[in-house]
Design a protein around this ligand. Sequence first.
Ligand SMILES: [Zn+2]
Length: 178
Amino acid sequence: MRWEEWRYCPRCGVSLEGVGREESASRSRLLCSHCHGVYYRNPTVGVAVILLDGKRILLVKRYGSFAGSWCIPCGHVEWGEEVREAAKREFFEETGVEVEVGGVFDVHSNFHDPSHLTVGVWFWGIRRGGSPKAGSDAQAVGFFDLDDLPEPMAFPTDRLVCAKLRRLVLSREEGNRS
Ligand SMILES: [Zn+2]
């Protein structure tokens, strides 16, 4: 598969059409023939926070990209921002709920948008205040049963995370019964 690539050198501005590639052991990288820059294009970091209420998870209906689809509240880590601060900020902006950001539940590479590749980190959230209310980046917010997620869900990796959460919740319930 070929991902969307830069068309101009980010350093000297010449067109990268037809320029060379540096072939390394496993990856091929753009090479500017004018300034000799080699470009390691990296994914950005996405952060999401999981807030559970029993077997229900807090989801938001999106504005902007994937508008109208549902996702686990998430956003991007900005330049100079600490990763957990970013997770907490994005969660509050979208849901109005203040959380303490706990441990990492899951990590995935996101390939659903070829022009914006990201590495997503899903943290546990511990509720500290506020009540769910759609913020600036969300059309709606609500708790949904892990067995009855709303459609459409925006991201395939959110589905993986919800399936893993469901297994965890079910195994806890089993544990409680035995
Ligand atoms: Zn260049």
